[in-house]
Design a protein around this ligand. Structure first.
Ligand code: ATP
Ligand code: F1X
Length: 303
């Protein structure tokens, strides 16, 4: 089984505004709400790719109920811990640019955290755990590492999509995949990266520290895959950017879904890029058809 972990889910409140009047009044055009949080997005794209998963994490209040209800309607399996405080609402402003304002997340009680850790006991050899996104501030800084230790000691593989110290600490446990975007890679090493060669140099450091596969995503500039058998580049296909929220999560889902079936990192990279771009070209996350249509256009170059 694949388990996705979203410690800090969200309702993503997508707010298209033609022109934002700072300090004045603007009206929204066709606002809408989506279940969000990185692991939840991964589970939704896995579903689109006919891959079963169980979404784990903490949800609470009317916002948490919205997320559970929508995932149930979409037939995405969940086993959330219900908490007292409300799940956060993240605002995604769509004007001439995309602007995101994310909540910090609810406070979790010790009892809620204990219930979550208990659930993880069902993870076993042959399972893959995907850990994605931020953590609510009340959890300890090394919480991801605790989870990784638990999952790997029970024999599971894992992939992680997070930033900073939590990403760095995960590497020695040999993640199947890490997927920082180029800005996260720059922040990790305190550098500014201009060329693909420079990105590969720093991406390789993640491989040397233990990651089995590294994807560096670069928005509309496509992505790089770094593995111990070679480095690969994919350009993003042409299309109209509509809503890039979840594009990175779609890549993670695309790679893992394909890799667990094929064991082929290059074919999996193709599915990853098609899934990311298909989401960027959609209002919501990508559909099965949109991913399949784009996949045939993705060219992978060895570099
Ligand atoms: N403007 C775009 N045009 C085409 N493809 C895109 C565009 N933006 C994103 N993508 C696709 O999605 C992938 C992931 O995008 P990005 O690098 O923005 O990830 P991210 O920063 O993790 O995204 P997010 O946090 O919004 O989920 C890219 O490698 C590319 O394949
Ligand atoms: O605050 P975090 O956990 O880092 O990111 C949360 C988030 O921005 O990531 C997803 C897109 O990747 C959205 O669904 C969600 O709002």
């Amino acid at each position: 089984m694949i388990y996705t972990i979203t410690l800090n889910p969200s309702i993503d409140y997508i707010v298209p505004v033609d022109k934002i009047e700072l300090g004045g009044l603007s009206y929204m055009d066709n606002d809408y709400k989506l279940p969000g949080g990185k692991g939840i997005n991964v589970s939704r794209i896995l579903k689109a790719l006919s891959t079963d998963s169980v979404a784990l994490g903490f949800v609470g209040g009317f916002t948490g109920k919205f997320i559970e209800d929508v995932l149930n309607e979409l037939d995405v399996r969940t086993n959330f811990v219900n908490i007292t405080e409300d799940t956060r609402i993240n605002i995604k402003l769509k004007s001439d640019q995309e602007t995101e304002i994310n909540g910090r997340g609810p406070a979790l009680s010790d009892e809620e955290v204990t219930r979550f850790l208990k659930q993880l006991e069902e993870v076993k050899e042959g399972d893959t755990v995907i850990l994605s996104g931020s953590k609510p501030p009340s959890l300890p800084d090394n919480f991801y590492e605790q989870l990784i230790q638990k999952a790997t000691s029970q024999g599971a593989e894992f992939a992680i999509d997070t930033t900073g110290a939590a990403l760095e600490a995960s590497l020695s446990y040999k993640p199947l995949l890490v997927k920082p975007n180029i800005h996260e890679l720059e922040a990790l090493f305190h550098v500014k990266l201009k060329t693909n060669e420079e990105v590969i140099t720093y991406g390789k450091k993640l491989l040397e520290k233990g990651a089995k596969h590294v994807i560096i995503s670069m928005g509309g500039d496509g992505a790089l895959l770094i593995t111990d058998r070679g480095n690969y580049r994919a350009e993003a296909p042409e299309g109209k950017l509509i809503n890039s929220v979840g594009a990175g999560d779609s890549m993670v889902a695309g790679f893992i879904s394909s890799f667990l079936k094929s064991n082929d990192p290059v074919e999996s990279f193709k599915t990853a890029v098609a899934s990311g771009s298909a989401t960027a070209f959609s209002e919501d996350l990508a559909t099965t058809e949109a991913i399949e249509n784009l996949r045939s256009q993705i060219q992978i170059e060895t570099i």
